[in-house]
Design a protein around this ligand. Sequence first.
Ligand SMILES: [Zn+2]
Ligand SMILES: [Zn+2]
Length: 208
Amino acid sequence: MATAVPLSLTLDVGGHEFVTQVWALRTGQVADGTERWLLDATAVRWLLDRVADGEISPERAAEVVHQVSRWNSGCCYWCDLAAPTYPEALRRHQDAQEQWQREQRTITPETHPYLLDNGTVHRWDCAAAPPARGPGHPGADLHAYAAWHGPLNGDLDRIIAELWEETRVTRRVTEAEFERWLRSRNHRSVSPWCPRCSPELSGQPENS
Ligand SMILES: [Zn+2]
Ligand SMILES: [Zn+2]
């Protein structure tokens, strides 16, 4: 289905200013998949008047039409929305990454003897286990970031919090954290113990 996206637009031509709206018509799959841009007839007349008055050339008018009928980001509507906060998201990701690395440096085999990876328990030094995972990246390019930005309404706190959740996928845990995790897991699911390193537990492992 086609959807129209209103965008506020200021035409600034030959010392005159004209505030109007353009409509980006996203035709989706109903037509050939390309985007059509509709320009308010009043705005077009105003622009033609500027040409008739000799204030701008026809070429300049065509250029203005071209300029306003494309996404500022050069990509898509969602990228236009996401662009203003992308640099801040990258900066905050960098901070989160550094915070995570600082935390990792305080971890020792004594404080965090286990590594939890997607529901499997390893000894901290198991060769078969992947390394602990840091916070997720908000997107290597603007369009990838827009996939985070759109669904979370551009709320940077929530975006960074969601990305931080990825540190829980593969992580070192303390004895106490491990016991809490063990109690909360579904005991009907497959055995959580890594067969390669068979972690030694302080308590008795349940053979579930
Ligand atoms: Zn895009
Ligand atoms: Zn293991």
